[in-house]
Design a protein around this ligand. Sequence first.
Ligand SMILES: *[C@@H]1O[C@H](CO)[C@@H](O)[C@H](O)[C@H]1NC(C)=O
Ligand SMILES: *[C@@H]1O[C@H](CO)[C@@H](O)[C@H](O)[C@H]1NC(C)=O
Ligand SMILES: *[C@@H]1O[C@H](CO)[C@@H](O)[C@H](O)[C@H]1NC(C)=O
Ligand SMILES: *[C@@H]1O[C@H](CO)[C@@H](O)[C@H](O)[C@H]1NC(C)=O
Ligand SMILES: *[C@@H]1O[C@H](CO)[C@@H](O)[C@H](O)[C@H]1NC(C)=O
Ligand SMILES: *[C@@H]1O[C@H](CO)[C@@H](O)[C@H](O)[C@H]1NC(C)=O
Ligand SMILES: *[C@@H]1O[C@H](CO)[C@@H](O)[C@H](O)[C@H]1NC(C)=O
Ligand SMILES: *[C@@H]1O[C@H](CO)[C@@H](O)[C@H](O)[C@H]1NC(C)=O
Ligand SMILES: *[C@@H]1O[C@H](CO)[C@@H](O)[C@H](O)[C@H]1NC(C)=O
Ligand SMILES: [Cu+2]
Length: 712
Amino acid sequence: MMMNVMLIISIMRLTGIFAVHAPTSKSGARNRTIYFHEVLLEDSDIDHHPCNRWCIKDEPPMICKYHFSLEWYDVLSRACFDCPHKVEDCFRTDCVPADGVQRSVLVVNRKLPGPGIHVCHGDLISVDLENGLPSDSTTIHWHGMKQKDYPYMDGVPLVTQCPILPQSTFRYQFVAEDPGTHFWHSHTGMQRGDGVFGPLIVRVPDEENPHRDLYDFDLDEHVIILMDWDHVTGTQKFTSHHHSDGDNKPTNLLVNGLGKFSVANITDNSTSLMPTARFIVKKGKRYRFRIINAGFLNCPIELSIDNHTVNVISSDGYDFKNVTADSIVTYAGERFDFVLNADQPENVYWMRFGGLMDCDERFTSAHQVAVLQYESNNMDSNAYPDDIPTYDKSRRKNGTQVNPLNQGTESKSSFISAPQIESLHGWDESLKPIPDFTYYISYDFYRKDNPHFFKPPFYGFSNITKENRLTLTPQLNYMSLKLLPFPMLTQRNEIKEEMLCNETTVRNIDCKTSYCECPHVVNLELNSVVELIIIDKGFAYDANHPFHLHGHAFRVVAMEKVGHNVTVEKVYQMDKAGKIRRNLETPPWKDTVTVPDGGFTILRFHATNPGYWIFHCHIEFHAELGMAVVFKVGEHSDMVPIPRGFPKCGNYFHPEEEVKVDELQTPYFNSVGTMPKFENFLGLTFDTKCTAYSNMILNLLFYVVLGINSFL
Ligand SMILES: *[C@@H]1O[C@H](CO)[C@@H](O)[C@H](O)[C@H]1NC(C)=O
Ligand SMILES: *[C@@H]1O[C@H](CO)[C@@H](O)[C@H](O)[C@H]1NC(C)=O
Ligand SMILES: *[C@@H]1O[C@H](CO)[C@@H](O)[C@H](O)[C@H]1NC(C)=O
Ligand SMILES: *[C@@H]1O[C@H](CO)[C@@H](O)[C@H](O)[C@H]1NC(C)=O
Ligand SMILES: *[C@@H]1O[C@H](CO)[C@@H](O)[C@H](O)[C@H]1NC(C)=O
Ligand SMILES: *[C@@H]1O[C@H](CO)[C@@H](O)[C@H](O)[C@H]1NC(C)=O
Ligand SMILES: *[C@@H]1O[C@H](CO)[C@@H](O)[C@H](O)[C@H]1NC(C)=O
Ligand SMILES: *[C@@H]1O[C@H](CO)[C@@H](O)[C@H](O)[C@H]1NC(C)=O
Ligand SMILES: *[C@@H]1O[C@H](CO)[C@@H](O)[C@H](O)[C@H]1NC(C)=O
Ligand SMILES: [Cu+2]
């Protein structure tokens, strides 16, 4: 008996992904034989997961189980044998070829990207995440799942759950209620950038699919998951950028974990090339492709396919009226689905991926290709197009482009920005003329003494003379999010109002010139219609931030580039003067959206999902610096009861120290530079340099609040 148990456990650890097929089993009393059998079945090919099936209307939903084992691993490990010299070795079990440059990676089940989950709308997804890291915690966010009724499964550490400790297993279990192209990724530290991400596709029966007639095939192998990639770990990149002179520019891109990257050999001038992703089609057929941008840094990716247009039909799981385009730009966290009509001569074509912003020609010219291959008898299955792919060719100079960089509805050219897309979903409450609550979120990169990186008078911001050693701090409304030491949602009974902050609570502090970080929580009334006016002020260098909302999707009702040096007041005055056009008829639904640099994006959502939900920049470095805010939707009594036995965490202080902590009035607020003396909750004392208090700032804060009121 003991032997059997041991055996099962060891096989579970070895396998990639496994399933228990439990079609509406009444008792759930599945016996171990079946369990064991299915484990073996799933060993080699995740596509054989029984949940990955054709979705049929009125068929009962399935329980879809997976085991995710997270560990540190290596590109080109011994599992790769002679990859890339022998190309087929690159596709061996557990070989992570990436772009052929050796580095440490974090992987789930030794796959990069991690295992894809493909289910039907309404299935129950159950993932046992086993943290096999020696020293780091983890969590997984199911990007695109609104987790209505399952707020505890959102995967945000210290917001919806405690970090999962090494050697622990946490079971994520929720119903796949949001159809479409989504993905899962670690929401902890830099783990997504190191490899912890994978597709999450929720399909619907034909009857519920308005675009069914536009294509013939919707194949798993036509999922395109994109990643900006580096040759060092995310943490190394982060520390060297923020403490030293390291850059934050991605070196390469990966398409489905693969990247051509030629490593020149100076001895014989030869180059080794890694295989690229390859997408097979048959002439005369139409295929649904699903792009997922799992990006890590500031590297929007432009996709185009030689000699083909793309028929774009859906984004972030929401269908819209199809748009024919030459290229699509995606930002970290976004998904776009398109139909490709294989109507060209049977041949191989480049699918080109060009990196923008920090990946563009000013920096790394990061670009990548994949092969679109027409199936044909007389073609080598490893054939590549003749043309040498260069960065320049990965950028379409003309033609129609969906979701362009730093341009909104003001653009007169053939650019189609989000608010110009026509949703196929009908009117809903969020589009009523006057929202219940308007909230301005403005940001920029600020030149301030962020105490995480600068320490006056030794190496304060003003002491640094080399520009490449000055890192600016991105903040939302001059505040950085610092979470409480316990999750807001699951330990909500421990929250005291004075632990939290927002514009009102910090109005006596000059957060504009000093550095403020605190648990920034904005209260939203349950069932209210919220309008978010997100403003990229654009004073600092040209940047671009994609924002992602948890717990809700939103309508993108406006997006505009205004110019450089945009202030909240300017946008407010524009709006008051009727100069902002909102699409309140058919704006698209999304859950991740870009904001033009020096411009704004306006979102609407109906706050129907009670809980604590984070809203953040999806660029990992920025999220890590606290470029985020938490929305508290509804009262604690409105929130789903806490699951029995849910893990807890928090500070511990020996009794004598506890007294000291209680003496502090605002234990979770850090402000550097404004108050005569300030102790944070760990008892550290910061030096101060500025005691003058600025009326201007106070006015701005009041101004924002007044702005809100005038919309009510
Ligand atoms: C275990 O499952 C097999 C296959 O479905 C079935 O034949 C057998 O009766 C089951 N045994 C028990 C003890 O339930
Ligand atoms: C470079 O080429 C030389 C000569 O062909 C070979 O001996 C050497 O192993 C190559 N180096 C690498 C890193 O492939
Ligand atoms: C390699 O290329 C460089 C520059 O083209 C050339 O100068 C050199 O002679 C070449 N070396 C060999 C071994 O071919
Ligand atoms: C792709 O289009 C170009 C010009 O539009 C043409 O020269 C080329 O032959 C086409 N490629 C194939 C494989 O048909
Ligand atoms: C929508 O798709 C259909 C079928 O492919 C196509 O004929 C039509 O031109 C597309 N509409 C737009 C606006 O691109
Ligand atoms: C669009 O770009 C292609 C190559 O990128 C070029 O062949 C074509 O002439 C351009 N069309 C226009 C109208 O500029
Ligand atoms: C840093 O700048 C401050 C203010 O200008 C100055 O007082 C201090 O001496 C400088 N520190 C160093 C190490 O240069
Ligand atoms: C700001 O915080 C105060 C105190 O916690 C709270 O009463 C107020 O509702 C908050 N304002 C917003 C917009 O959340
Ligand atoms: C915008 O701000 C930057 C930096 O503060 C400044 O250099 C520039 O002159 C300003 N431009 C305008 C049009 O005000
Ligand atoms: Cu950002």
